[in-house]
Design a protein around this ligand. Sequence first.
Ligand code: HEM
Ligand code: HEM
Length: 195
Amino acid sequence: MWRNSEDGYGLVAILFHWIGAFLVIGLLVLGYGMVRTSDMLLQFNLYQWHKSLGFLALILVTLRLVWRMANPKPRELPELLPLEHLAARSAHRALYLIQVLVPLAGWAVASVSPLAIPTFFFNLVVIPHLPMSASDEAETFWATVHASLAYAAAVLIAGHVAAALLHHFAARDDTLRRMVRPLVREKRAVMRRFR
Ligand code: HEM
Ligand code: HEM
């Protein structure tokens, strides 16, 4: 139930997927909005939320990668073409990579900013800055890297979601179902226990 099997994803992998997915999509929207707002106080607060949620996304994807290495990979669906398997494998690798690189680049932006505003992780602890020298040029450089990687992630995610929907509604295979079904089954079992 919790672990992956040859036949499909376990609950932990599924929860990591959906929590991570909504977090990353939320961070894209938040990031886009916060750099464009003209209200300074609101902008300061949104930056703090963005940095805390961004670190949470980094922690989650690290745990998710450890969990993935400790679990079997579900068997690839036999109805897919070899080219589709290759495309899915490459896209998933790229999605993992970008989920690590985007927050690291964000951390670099916060670290090299001459304003040196500390990052309070949900007001609990201060995340130290990376040992990099601060300057306006370095801030502009890392902000461009962070933004470019984030918008490349958005394009990749759009392709990933389109592929998942095409598999579900056009090819009508189990690709999307196996990322959802165990969660629905577990929710029903919990509801039954409380009835
Ligand atoms: C998956 C995680 C993340 C995503 C998807 C993300 C996404 C974004 C996006 C879309 C922007 C707006 C870019 C623009 O239009 O200029 C942005 C800006 C920013 N992000 Fe992130 N971010 C993430 C994690 C982080 C982390 C962990 C930090 C810092 C600890 C961070 C710090 C910043 C900062 C400081 C800016 C403003 C840069 C500027 O002033 O131009 N981000 N982020
Ligand atoms: C919200 C819309 C999304 C849908 C409908 C969706 C759907 C899916 C489905 C059906 C799979 C299983 C594919 C397979 O078994 O071959 C999958 C896997 C995956 N998804 Fe998503 N996804 C979404 C968002 C995201 C986002 C935003 C990210 C990352 C930023 C992401 C990252 C991944 C990764 C890395 C895998 C591979 C999992 C593994 O095998 O370890 N997904 N997704």
